[in-house]
Design a protein around this ligand. Structure first.
Ligand code: NAP
Length: 307
């Protein structure tokens, strides 16, 4: 069986990652696109998801690559129309939205897949295996990138629901929540908001695991020069470091893994498996930590941001 996919939101991530990944995935085929300002040659194109769903193009599933704002209505429309659903991260603007989609998918007997692409980076599963059974002393996350380079002109990031620096920061949290042998909860946070933006440009977070291991995270959107996407875990069996967003893994400074990027190809392969086996994969935990940061965070106002 080949899953006929409709892709919604033909923007940066759709073009950079989803299109080549779908092309490389056995068992999935892109059959239509819904995007207000963009289309693809030789493929049916619709202005929005409602036009796609009411057309005579037959699809089995929808992959949503739009910004989080507005995603809930699109996701709900897809599920109500009987389509399996794959969601870009973050899976919603709020935790309650994600819960609601999960309930609806279950009620309808459909697959919902809330993707966390960074969890598919090559070093993540080996890191999880290394940490299982180790005594962990501390975790330090540094996730600093240049917003002007990675998110040019993306005004939605600065609006309510756009997450600001948590748009990349949630990727780090998706890795930490996957590799750590026990859950954690936020204890303190400071969020820096540009005076003209509704979302933060930087964040300092402190978590504790259930057993009291300190976990700190620094997120910053103002990094120029070399970019930093590192997670360091000190354990009784050595220091584990995931760098370059999880694609490199080293233990005590010795590189153990460096592989080509397969994140989105893995996601689509997994989506095909979930749909064909009638299962879902919905894990809101990275978004829960971000929501907690907005709940607990001290707010600092900083310089205005202009793209
Ligand atoms: P983007 O370049 O702005 O593309 C999103 C597309 O969605 C737009 O081109 C737009 O196409 C459509 N859209 C529908 N409603 C919109 C609205 N209200 N505002 C703006 N665009 C709207 O964004 P992106 O970087 O691809 O990110 C999309 C999602 O993927 C986000 O949740 C992001 O976190 C995630 N993601 C991004 C990256 C990355 O490196 N950029 C990496 C991983 C995940 P039309 O105008 O044609 O409708």
């Amino acid at each position: 069986m080949t899953i006929r996919l409709g892709l919604v939101g033909l923007g940066k991530i759709a073009r950079d990652q989803h299109l080549p990944a779908i092309e490389a995935t056995e068992g999935a085929e892109l059959v239509a696109v819904a995007s207000r300002h963009a289309g693809l040659d030789n493929l049916p194109h619709f202005h929005d998801i409602d036009a796609l769903l009411s057309s005579d193009v037959a699809i089995d599933a929808v992959t949503l690559c739009t910004p989080p704002q507005g995603r809930f209505a699109q996701a709900r429309a897809a599920l109500l129309a009987g389509k399996h659903l794959m969601l870009e991260k973050p899976p919603g603007m709020s935790v309650a939205e994600v819960d609601a989609l999960g309930r609806l998918a279950k009620e309808k007997g459909l697959t919902i897949f809330t993707t966390w692409h960074s969890r598919e980076a090559a070093g993540v599963e080996p890191a999880r295996a290394f940490l299982a059974g180790k005594a962990i002393r501390s975790v330090r996350v540094e996730w600093k990138e240049d917003v002007r380079y990675w998110h040019p002109g993306q005004q939605w990031i600065w609006e309510p629901g756009g997450l600001g620096v948590f748009d990349p920061g949630i990727n780090a949290l998706s890795i930490v929540t996957r590799i750590m042998p026990e859950p954690m909860h936020l204890t303190e946070a400071t969020l820096e908001f540009p005076e003209n933006c509704a979302s933060p440009i930087a964040a300092d977070l402190t978590f504790s695991t259930d057993s009291g291991v300190p976990v700190t995270a620094e997120f910053d959107f103002r990094q120029t020069g070399p970019q930093t996407w590192d997670i360091t875990v000190e354990t009784d069996g050595g220091a584990l470091k995931l760098s370059l967003g999880g694609s490199r893994l080293s233990i005590d400074g010795v590189e153990r893994m460096a592989e080509e990027d397969r994140e989105y190809r893995n996601l689509y392969a997994r989506f095909v498996k979930l749909v064909t086996s009638g299962q879902s994969d919905l894990d809101p935990s990275p978004l829960v930590h971000v929501a907690d940061a907005f709940l607990l965070g001290r707010r600092k106002i900083t310089d205005p941001f202009y793209d």
